[in-house]
Design a protein around this ligand. Sequence first.
Ligand SMILES: [Zn+2]
Length: 236
Amino acid sequence: MTLAQLLVVQVHDTAIDRLTHSLTTLPEFAALTALDDEQAYLVAERALVAEQRHQVEREQKRHEDEAGLVTARIDKENLRLYDGSVAGHKELTSIQDELTTLNRRRAEFEDQVLEAMEAGEPLDAALGEFDDKLASVETRREQATESLAASQASIKAEIESEQAQRVEAVAPIAPALVEVYEQTRADCGGVGICKLIDKTCQGCHLSLPAVEYDRIRKEPDETIVRCGECNRILVR
Ligand SMILES: [Zn+2]
């Protein structure tokens, strides 16, 4: 009777072990690790595109500055052309030629500014996509974190319930016997006591030799008998 009661304790201990282990293997942990990896990848890829974007921006600025310098020179030449300070035909023609050249150069720089702006557009779009994906990672991380907390709370509640039931189950058993059980459980990978069904130990699933089985059967009910193979306490 007492050994059968120990079997009830074992059921709760097994449940507590299983639940405690499940706390460390919750799928949310793997999900969170995968999200960390995804985020690290996106951050690295985004940095590459951002560097390209900065390069294009620097080029655009350089062409704008170049166009600005040419414009300043054009303004200066225009002033000379119309302020009456230059009267010689030859010199006026030379200024007009210079202006033609300067206007052509400015148009080239302005084209380069436009090219840089166009080159920046797909890069801006790509950066926007990265930001959306990173925001999605954050959303999923929040969900996984909430789900993890809920799973942990639920498992901890189950563990507490099992522990309370174990306290009740162990109460009527002699402390010395509980100690023997605890030691056997520690030595035998968590299962210290098990049933003997059809001459088979339910702990290691090996059949007892006939002679051994006969010997065990003749022992008094409360004598502790063990499996010769795995050493677990057997409940007949
Ligand atoms: Zn066994």
